[in-house]
Design a protein around this ligand. Sequence first.
Ligand code: NAD
Length: 308
Amino acid sequence: MNILVTGGCGFIGSHLTDRLLERGHRVSVIDNLSTGNIANLNKKAVLYKIDIRDDENVGQVFDKEQPEVVFHLAAQINVRKSEEDPYLDTDININGSLKIIKNFLRVERRKKFVFASTGGAIYGDTDILPTPETVEPFPLCPYGISKLAVEKYLFYFSMFYNLKFVVLRYGNVYGPRQNAQAEAGVISIFSNNILDKKTPVIFGDGEQTRDFVYIDDIVNANITVMDNDVNGIFNVGTGKETSVNQVFDYLKKASGLNLNKRHAEPRKGEIKRSCISPAKLIRLTGWHPSVEIKEGISKTFTWFKGSY
Ligand SMILES: NC(=O)c1ccc[n+]([C@@H]2O[C@H](COP(=O)([O-])OP(=O)(O)OC[C@H]3O[C@@H](n4cnc5c(N)ncnc54)[C@H](O)[C@@H]3O)[C@@H](O)[C@H]2O)c1
């Protein structure tokens, strides 16, 4: 199949591109390299170095490639940046997404649109944990709001334009190639701190929890929803909570070093607990998270060490 991956030079998009190519698909990528790295991208993929908001060039890519499936991952992913500059976040994450969706609607042989949403930022501070998709989203940051807006647009286009779509609400994804500059990935940030011989800083008491999900499981989920006749919204997480203190302990073990950590003031507005239920995806497709956090952290640290 002809497949388009937006954000294919980024952390998740590049792993997904690798897997799609392995399976014999033709993969084209739209990426402006704002946070992505060309070194991440498989040489067999066709790169269009353009911005998803650039209507003219995006249109030309769709005319040429006629992708049957689109995985839309390009986004402004930094929560703090979305708070500082909600206009930019809206522009990339909503307007940019609409440009990709509208162009996809012009493709006659289109099969499915798969959107990378967030399970970590969309539910807000709910006490229903692990959170199923039936809990009403209540995002507490502009990033979460923009992701929710795109989900709503997808429903609209599915009702009136016959668009088939899947929304994947990811937990906290981690693994090789994650950008440590991007503030979202505590595991990549701490791994780099350790290799730079800097003391990892934990905001608050470190007992805040997240649903950390390994990159291979995220790629598998994307492939699974492409292959199966499913539509709608799915959480992709492990259903298990891990605290930031536990992450530090696992990394300490993986590094074999006697490390110290430092605590700083808690971050304003940070959600205390976040964990999403993947039961719906498991029930409808048989997908399953397969990498335990301890093993995933060890693999991730080994990769960062190797590329240091
Ligand atoms: N990493 C996570 O834990 C996580 C969790 C939930 C959701 N997501 C979502 O998954 C997707 C991928 O995230 P990631 O962690 O791989 O981030 P990433 O920053 O590594 O990848 C994003 C890619 O999109 C590109 N991009 C950004 N803005 C663009 C624009 N305007 N035009 C063209 N390309 C642009 C970047 O250059 C980058 O290559 C995002 O949509 C993100 O919101 C990620």
